[in-house]
Design a protein around this ligand. Structure first.
Ligand code: PLP
Length: 473
């Protein structure tokens, strides 16, 4: 991309990323004297009101997983009560330690990691700041375990192409080679190829239940069996599926084993801040064996600031977020999660059936609650459909390899009429694209560029332009 192309891209991105230019005062530096608190709150209320309707009325894929006003009010009250807590100071806030230990125990138990109070050693773990941190920590843990126990100095992990970008992030951050397992036509990892990719430097294998793009479950039992046979760890990423699959199974849906019931599974990630319905900022990473978890902890005995150790990447952490996650779990309970899952799967079934019936669209994968679709009709550019949905208020996810779009069903889509509105708008979007394939899309060209073969350079240009626009005041 040359300078003109970058400027054109910036001009395209600006209205999406900076809609408030000139509508609110901009702060380039600290105000000389503090602003009136009421004025600050008034401005924030205005911004919040501008933004609430879209996610609240069910126009977003994923993003807000619960969002009922009474649940939000409860979460906010919990935050206010715990706003000063910091789990780093376990002496000052033993309540935070209690919440975190119990969050880990409850999630481990949900994923069949045994009950913490039984004599048998139960699955253990830590609370983290989100799915990405859970994954980063697990991969760092396996790297350090392999270095300590097997002397591995050039580690690799073997993960499906569809595994979350956080695994690639871990690879880049921690110097771990990422070996990608291709997917079959069903979008699930090819076990036989996975086996071939493993060698003496492999520190862990990975599968997802469910993966982000199509929401399908990798063949966890088969993949984990390979890992067990070869004596290496296996991580199931259940950031997105961990709080849905156990309840879907209880509701009678076919859910292949993916959790600690599978003998080869040695660690898992599961997000409280998605379908656990906690506020954003918490997830859980679990390990079958406390010896493995020990490799996650940072410690130093030499620092003049004293003996220091921390379980996760952060030092100080918001105890209020852990309190919220705990409060969400115990206030919703098994019955609440079961009912929420029942509603979500019912809404997703309506949307999936409806998408399958739209001429020009094809469903991708056999997900229970993600609605992923593409088009093989040359007159229906799927990114143009994505743009058309954007014009109708929808915030869906654009995917690539293959070009496609998904909506992750949440409780926001279970309200009366939302699933039907999605289908009506989608049918209209497809018709609009058919009528005028080149019609005014803003993101379609960006996806097109990112997916084009001149690859990395273009992606780098897009990223730099995006970040420049993002942080421009
Ligand atoms: C399967 C999967 N893993 C990991 C993540 C990362 O989660 P987070 O955005 O909380 O870091 C996501 C997020 O959507 C996901 O879908």
């Amino acid at each position: 991309m040359d300078a003109d192309e970058r400027a054109a891209l910036a001009a395209m991105l600006e209205p999406e990323l900076k809609p408030y230019d000139d509508r609110f005062q901009r702060h380039h530096r600290l105000p000389p004297t503090g602003l009136d608190r009421e004025a600050v709150l008034a401005e924030m209320r205005e911004l919040q009101a501008l933004e609430e309707a879209r996610w609240s009325d069910g126009y977003a894929s994923g993003a807000v997983y619960h969002g009922d006003p009474d649940h939000i009010a409860f979460m906010n009250e919990v935050y206010a009560l715990n706003s000063q807590a910091n789990p780093l100071h376990a002496d000052l806030w033993p309540s935070a330690t209690k919440y975190e230990a119990e969050i880990v125990a409850m999630v481990a138990s949900m994923l069949h990691g045994g009950d913490a109070h039984e004599d048998a050693p139960a699955v253990c773990g830590t609370v983290t700041s989100g799915g990405t941190e859970s994954i980063l920590l697990a991969m760092k843990t396996y790297r350090d375990q392999a270095r300590a126990e097997r002397g591995v100095t050039e580690p690799n992990i073997v993960a499906p192409v569809s595994a979350h970008a956080a695994f690639d992030k871990a690879s880049q951050y921690f110097g771990i080679e990422l070996r990608r397992v291709p997917l079959g036509r069903d979008f699930k990892a090819e076990v036989s190829v996975a086996r071939q990719l493993v060698d003496a430097d492999t520190v862990a294998m990975v599968g997802s239940a469910v993966q982000f793009p199509q929401g399908v479950i990798d063949p966890i039992e088969e993949l984990a069996a390979v890992a067990a046979e070869l004596g290496i760890g296996f991580h199931t990423d259940s950031c997105l599926g961990g709080f849905v699959l156990p309840w879907a199974e209880r509701l009678g849906h076919p859910v292949p084993p993916f959790d600690f019931r599978v003998p080869g599974v040695t660690s898992m990630s599961c997000d409280t801040h998605k379908f656990g319905y906690a506020a954003k900022g918490t997830s859980v990473v679990l390990y079958r064996d406390p010896d493995l978890r020990a490799h996650q902890y940072y410690r130093t005995a030499e620092w003049p600031g004293g003996l220091y150790f921390s379980p996760t990447f952060a030092g100080s952490r918001p105890g209020a977020l852990s309190a919220q996650a705990w409060a969400a779990l115990v206030s919703i309970g098994e019955e609440g999660y079961l009912e929420a899952t029942r509603r979500i799967l019912a809404a997703a079934a309506v949307m999936r059936d409806g998408v399958a019936a739209i001429d020009g669209l094809e469903l991708h994968g056999d997900s229970l609650w993600l609605v992923a679709f593409g088009s093989s009709d040359p007159d229906v550019g799927i990114y143009a459909v994505l743009d058309q949905m954007g014009h109708r208020g929808w915030s869906l996810n654009g995917l690539q390899q293959p070009p496609s779009v998904h909506l992750c069903t949440t409780l926001r889509h279970t309200a009366d009429g939302v699933a039907e509105r999605f289908l009506t708008d989608l049918a209209a979007a497809v018709e609009a694209v058919r009528a005028d394939p080149g019609a005014g899309g803003s993101m379609a060209p960006v996806y097109g560029m990112a997916a084009s073969v001149d690859g990395r350079g273009t992606v780098e240009d897009i990223l730099r332009t995006y970040v420049d626009v993002l942080y421009r005041v």
